[in-house]
Write a protein that binds this ligand. Structure first.
Ligand SMILES: C[S+](C)CC[C@H](N)C(=O)O
Ligand SMILES: N[C@@H](CCS)C(=O)O
Ligand SMILES: [Zn+2]
Length: 323
């Protein structure tokens, strides 16, 4: 059994992923209206980064995702940092998550009836579109000049540094198009990355990737790689998730992860979330139960979900929760 299968089994068949990392940072008072988005806190407020991880662990997350979603070497260089400093901040994002995991685990071992699993740390890698910070992680439109090779060059060094920092997993998040999926799979092979990875797509219609390309085509690419242990979707409206799981089930034997957003819509220009009616009478946790029944084995939340969302998800999936 690999680390993920082991965790899923220990969690009773479905592991809980944390919720919106940036969302909770903002709730703690961080200003992330910045080209680096949540990664700006790695520079300004690393203690808040660790605090958010702790809150999700307490809520019952079995997997916490590092603060590196929009932490990129060119992004840090543009901030006036040296290459060494930029790479150091990437390592710091994994270190803060590992420290939170280890401290939390130590504290739960002291309790007479441990109700938690030892969590795994996933190093986040956002899409090229996240770095562009122009809303293209929800359109998949990277312009006419982009190529698979350019995307590989963009991702290569960050992947090497994060994989070397000791995470349990690599989490490629909100990948909006097929070219980027292809680039990531090639890169994992070329760099012979030994840390198991997940690749999660974003969708705005529940039927295709954000780019309009089909899940089936992308899954074919992912299925061909042993470096990809888990596939799925994140930062996608919750009402689409059950249908996407059914589609993914047809296309792959790999484990399926889903961690949707709240259903609100990101306005990439105004840089704010627009409200949208989407859940109907269903709560996020009630839907999570259906995602489990549909075949997802890793379930959590993305943007605009919070520790209380994850507490409810953990309770409904495992019949238990944090305090
Ligand atoms: C997942 S989106 C809300 C992240 C923020 C976006 N890449 C931006 O910087 O505008
Ligand atoms: N792990 C990232 C995903 C953004 S889509 C975050 O929650 O900030
Ligand atoms: Zn998100």
């Amino acid at each position: 059994m690999d680390v993920v299968e082991e965790l899923v089994a220990k969690a009773g068949g479905c592991a809980v992923i944390d919720g919106g990392f940036a969302t909770q940072l903002e709730a703690l008072g961080a200003d992330i209206n910045d080209p680096l988005w949540s990664a700006a806190c790695l520079i300004a407020k690393p203690h808040l980064v660790k605090e958010v991880h702790m809150q999700y662990l307490e809520a019952g997350a079995d997997i916490i995702i590092s603060s590196s979603y929009q932490a990129t070497i060119p992004g840090f260089l543009a901030r006036g940092m040296t290459l060494d400093e930029a790479e150091g901040l990437l390592r710091t994002s994994v270190k803060l998550a590992l420290e939170a995991r280890d401290e939390f685990w130590k504290s739960t071992l002291r309790k007479s009836k441990p109700i938690y699993n030892r969590a795994l740390v996933a190093a986040s890698i956002g899409s090229y579109g996240a770095y562009l910070a122009d809303g293209s992680e929800y359109s998949g439109s990277y312009g006419a000049d982009i190529t698979t090779e350019k995307l590989k060059d963009f991702h290569r060094r960050r992947l090497q540094v994060l994989a070397g920092a000791g995470p349990d997993l690599i989490a490629f998040e909100a990948i909006p198009n097929k070219m980027e999926a292809q680039a990531l799979v090639e890169l994992l092979e070329e760099e012979n990355i030994q840390v198991p990875s997940w690749i999660c797509f974003s969708s705005v219609d529940g039927k295709h990737l954000c780019s309009g390309e089909s899940f089936a085509d992308c899954l074919q690419i992912l299925n061909a790689s042993e470096k990809v242990s888990i596939v799925g979707v994140n930062c996608t409206p919750p009402q689409f998730i059950e249908g996407i799981i059914c589609e993914l089930r047809k296309q792959t034997k790999k484990a399926i992860a889903v961690y949707p957003n709240s259903g609100e819509i990101w306005d990439g220009r105004a840089k704010r979330w627009l409200s949208a009616e989407c859940l109907g009478h269903k709560s996020f946790d009630a839907l999570a139960k259906r995602w489990q029944e549909a075949g997802a084995t890793l379930i959590g939340g993305c943007c605009r979900t919070t520790p209380s969302t994850i507490r409810a998800v953990s309770k409904i999936l495992k019949g238990r929760t944090g305090h």
